[in-house]
Design a protein around this ligand. Structure first.
Ligand SMILES: [Zn+2]
Ligand SMILES: [Zn+2]
Length: 259
């Protein structure tokens, strides 16, 4: 059986950029010294990458109805973040579980609302906080063979469609669940780190012309190939490991305060 699936986070991000630039999601009412968590994806890239404003990161990981990632995937994510972000005070994960939401498939509007209702960690003093929802249902934007595994939808907010990830990994001729989780989590975190060209300026010409916010280097963690492959291609890319950022993506991050 041939399952072709895509991460269409790019489309979601572009929708988010359009929506957020002018609508109510842009929170400008509060105290200007407060750090807003409702900015567009990539808007806080420098604050993530550098230690200029924040020296620590706390990731609030909310698992819906037991949809918790493998521990190895979380360890891989922390290793990846420590390699790229200047956070001398450390990066930690605060875990929490919430009941099933009975919303059916999730729209990004519903994910935003859920975050507004349940997020408890907010950036303050030397600590930047990131909210990650591990969803118990798929995205409502899935269609046919095209499914979404994760979306970076605000400056410090991500949703992972954990149920979909679990269904599409670990089987015969499919990559391992840990490899898929790791690639998806790292890919989405790299979007809030401003890749590609969404908050972290290009240092060289490597943005994919037909898939903006992605990299045109084959096999790069941020390549669009990672979003449009079938399980066999996925095995070729990740069967023996997890996709890495290429040198040009890393150079962009380094020029914007990262490692
Ligand atoms: Zn993407
Ligand atoms: Zn790249």
């Amino acid at each position: 059986m041939k399952k072709i699936f895509q991460l269409l986070c790019l489309l979601i991000i572009l929708a988010g950029l359009n929506a957020c630039s002018s609508d109510k999601d842009q929170d400008n009412n509060g105290d200007s010294s407060q750090f807003s968590y409702t900015l567009y994806t990539g808007a806080s890239a420098n604050e993530l990458l550098s230690d200029t404003r924040f020296t620590k990161i706390v990731i609030e990981a909310v698992y819906v109805d037991g949809f918790r990632p493998e521990q190895a995937s979380l360890n891989n994510l922390l290793f990846f973040l420590n390699n790229r972000l200047h956070k001398p005070g450390g990066i930690s994960i605060v875990e929490r579980e919430i009941p099933a939401q009975s919303l059916g498939t999730y729209s990004i509007a519903e994910v935003r609302q859920l975050e507004d209702d349940i997020r408890t960690q907010f950036s303050l003093d030397d600590t930047l906080t990131i909210f990650v929802l591990f969803a118990d249902q798929s995205s409502e934007n899935d269609s046919g063979n095209s499914v979404i595994l994760g979306t970076a939808y605000r400056n410090t907010s991500l949703v992972m469609f954990q149920k979909t990830i679990e269904e599409l990994s670990g089987g015969f001729n499919e990559p391992s669940r840990v490899n898929v989780e790791t690639a998806v989590y790292e890919h989405e975190f790299a979007h809030i780190m401003g890749l590609v060209n969404i908050g972290t300026p290009l240092q060289s010409d490597h943005e994919d012309q037909s898939n903006s916010a992605h990299c045109d280097v084959d096999g790069c963690l941020m390549s669009a190939q990672l979003e449009t492959f079938n399980p066999l291609d996925m095995m070729n890319i990740m069967g023996s490991g997890i996709a890495q950022l290429d040198a040009q993506c890393i150079a962009d991050l380094q020029a914007n305060g990262g490692k």
